[in-house]
Design a protein around this ligand. Sequence first.
Ligand code: CS2
Length: 490
Amino acid sequence: MTRLSASTIANAPAGVRLPDYDRSQVTAGIVHLGIGAFHRAHMAVYVDDLLKDNPDWAIVGASLRRPDTKEALEPQDGLYTVAIRDAEGTHPRVIGSILKVLDANTEREELLALMASPAIRIVSLTVTEKGYCHDPATGELDQRHPDVVHDLANPTAPKSAPGMLVEALARRKAAGIAPFAVMSCDNLPSNGETVQRIVTKFASLRDAALGEYVAGVAFPGTMVDRIVPSTTDADRATVAGLIGAEDAWPIMTEPFTQWVIEDHFPQGRPPFEKAGAQLVGDVEPFERMKLRMLNGSHSTMAYLGYLAGYEYISDVMGDTDFVKLIHGLMTEEAMPTLDMPGVDLGAYRDQLLDRFRNPALKHRTWQIAMDGSQKLPQRLLGTIRERLKAGQGFERLGLGVAAWMRYVTGIDEKGENIDVRDPLAMRMMAIAADAGGDAEALYEGLAGLVEVFGTDLADNQAFGETVATALDELFELGVKETVRGVVESH
Ligand code: CS2
């Protein structure tokens, strides 16, 4: 079978949506760091919708960690398929908005030169929570992070996202070129402010004047939302059958997509609103709603669901006790902490439950369970802090935290190993080994991780009682009985 490329795309069967612009006539206006599956299902699709009338806003992507995306897309001239899955089937669309992918490890100079060029007016990022080299509990730059240590010692040859951004901005400053806007599209709380704080701190550690310059750069915040399961070989075979060509890395996703963006782009931006994005003055309420309702539910289902033996989120949604737990978590514990005038939070909740149920989306609990130490602060702990401050209960949220603690022991309920992927995995599994199956000891050890829990929660009696009790029940009764008990007690 032929490979998807600029020369074979014309042979795509009727019904396959193709770019509606001449790719030879578009030029890059955006560099995107972290050219992963989510970006390719989300922002790259919005940009693809706009290039016909805005041809100088195409994307050059960069991988900071691994060359696999570059290796997949280069032979395809940057083309790839977004396959939208719903109850009616799989609907393929070929996306052309990514002109090129650079490997930051082997093409660093080319990447930095491009980022420093006047044509690039936005640098966007999806480097995942751990890609910012920050302390998840405080949102501050982690100056001990090995990549930060490296980049401060080798500022013109950075590895990290903060290091890359600051070096490119330093070159623009030296050349008298106005700075690009930095747009984080990651699930961080107040991602614009958080990334500005991290990057400005990094710059000031290099040079005080550079720190002042970076402090004046635009860091618009965003809320991003689209569910994107990892691509499997079966997905590749499905897409090949649909488009009549081999696509090394198609992206499977859902019909739903949402993008809320703070409108702060001094060097201009494409009309994202014409592709369906919402431009707002303050994105934070939208971020908080999504992180607490969608992502808090996702993480709770990921840990409880994996331990209960459910491979996919749609399987978890097939268990009525789990559905009641998540419905209650959103309705009784998360929604009361949100202030969203004009937004029907009940309808938002019900839409989320429908999205979670989508049987065509094979979204693995194991995939969502990754990097929990970087995710829990904004998905569960922030909500719990507000419930504590209001003197209100958080039993379901606390069960989510306890399930994470149970999960990171690395041993499931059958005594089999769990492949725990997390920057703190080794430390957490050492804590679990020292605890030797004692729930109280495990709770004390993990709650002592200040990067995750800060210094307040570990000393909070109500937090400790709620989470340690849930953890003990998970060990004593197992996940399904514990979930049933919580559901029946409300
Ligand atoms: C998921 C998110 O993997 C995860 O942690 O919770 O990627 C989630 O699918 C997206 O935030 C949905 O917009």
